[in-house]
Design a protein around this ligand. Sequence first.
Ligand code: AMP
Length: 226
Amino acid sequence: MIDRRPAVALNVVMLGPPGAGKGTQAERFARSHDLPKISTGDILREAIHADTQLGRSAKATIYAGGLVGDDVMIGIVRERLGRSDARRGFVLDGFPRTVVQATALDEMMDGRGPLVIVDIRVPKEVLLRRLAARRICGTCGVNAQVDWMTSCGNCGGELVHRKDDNEAIVAERLTVYDRQTKPIVEFYASRPTFRAIDGNQPPDSVAGAMEAAICHASKVTGEARA
Ligand code: AMP
């Protein structure tokens, strides 16, 4: 097998509103580059499922479409990035979601190599359509394509609607995105490692655009260091 892992750590942050395809694309990219995909939404859903203290305290906020506190989220990501499998890079999905989190991530990146930021852009009406159709596995939590799958391709579990994908909560999540998360696009936009890509195309095309964008952004940082 060809080792596609780069000599310099490949640290990727995926930005984009709910339904943009961050999770799917993060999973794909992480798998093909042998990097851990770190999804804060998945971590929180697992905590709810396991009924841990974190899960119990975050549940109401998540099901109302709000954001879990910055200190909690920063602590979770700091701990996760400290594990050995993240040393050669990672793909972050769902973090940062506020400027406070983005600032904390910059501090965590000290000495770890550059951060490549990919912003997936999708029109709002497409997001609404996708979120209404989205199903996840009730057992392992992976996303499913409802139009052609009847059970989870990963574990065979039953496909269910995500509790926070109902109409009212989706509206709140998109409002929260505009108010609290969109400002981090500005926070990152002037960096040479920032790339925006069109998420309103078939998943294979988005994956190709992402691969090219990340490859290009990594070269920029390589040249800057040379
Ligand atoms: P996601 O699966 O990324 O859409 O996340 C689901 C929910 O988890 C969000 O609507 C938030 O309530 C919570 N969440 C996930 N990541 C974060 C984060 N970085 N900061 C605050 N809340 C988060």
